[in-house]
Design a protein around this ligand. Sequence first.
Ligand code: PMP
Length: 404
Amino acid sequence: AERWTEVPLAPPDAIFQLTAAFKADTHPNKVNLGVGAYRDDNSKPWVLPVVKKAKEILAHDPNMDHEYLPITGLPEYTSAAARLVFGSDSPVITEERVTSVQTISGTGANHLGALFLSKFYHWNDKRVYVSDPTWVNHHQIFPLVGIPVSTYPYYDPQTIGLAFPAFLEALKKAAPRSVFLLHACAHNPTGVDPTREQWGQIADVMLEKGHYAFFDSAYQGFASGNLDNDAWAVREFVRRDVPLLVCQSFAKNAGLYGERIGALHVVSPSKEAATRIKSQLSVLARSEISNPPAHGARLVSLILNDPELFEEWKRDIKTMSGRIIEMRKELHRLLTEELKTPGNWDHIVNQIGMFSFTGISPTQSKALVEKAHIYLTSNGRISMAGLNSHNIRYFAESLDKAVR
Ligand code: PMP
């Protein structure tokens, strides 16, 4: 019988390990800053009120059944999702130049986008450039489909900000028509985004070199509280005609983590090309999932297509992003004004989205875990959503001690 003796034990997932350690900890003041999910002021998961309403509507819909969706997903979901990213009056929408396919959340969109490029992109140098650092899963998704990963400089530990000149240099040095993965907004894990002016310069070089932009958009609306604002970079690249695709997730902005609802949007130069691309994406989706799951698609479709629910969703998004922005301000105030913690902490309020790179060392991170029962990854990344009015002072004081 097969004994699988050649199968090595894979290392456990770092975040999973952190969560397990947090759960096992019995200290009353323990804080989990590892989670990549929104928490309310009482550290509880938050079901968006608009999602509750949409669920009610679905529950009472007499026409609801459990049939298969089309291979590329619920059409009224994918088209509304495309309008949300690009804007309803975008030429890619009005000229029907975007191919949209429902995916297993943002992860599935990244995977399908990578698989599509792997098979069909006109490569010069088959690799994807990802930011250093990036969402760890990017390092696994691309090699799995035969695309090696290289990194471009992104984060500068000296300034706890963007390593912009080095980033531009990497864009210029890469072979023509290289693929660059860009975080559409709220960069994970650093919370550091380019300014609009910098995005413009990035687009200039990408156009000059004929590079392809692989946009990962996991936080639209969740970052600034404004859906259009957080889609600015994608829309600006579309306006300038940079070739691109977008991976979209509704995990964060709709709190639908477990529903696995996302989409891949590939922009083409013509409607005719978009049709051919759709046929190939259908083939790929067919062999991997046959048909995507229906529930999340129905919920998001209701929210995006009903003007009242859409307005309510925007308010819910403001609730989440607003609380996170408040936590940034309060943490900054505590460190700089009350505790007079050594160092500059302006990056806490300048960074955006779920995460903040605190700039503390692995040793200091470890001290926070071991001495203060505050759980964070060793790179010093904290989830702002893990902070609330009950634990923020304890965190600020512990951070203050750790860096002194
Ligand atoms: N990309 C980035 C940058 C992310 O941070 C995440 C969520 N951690 C994802 C993609 C995908 O998440 P999901 O599959 O849950 O939508």
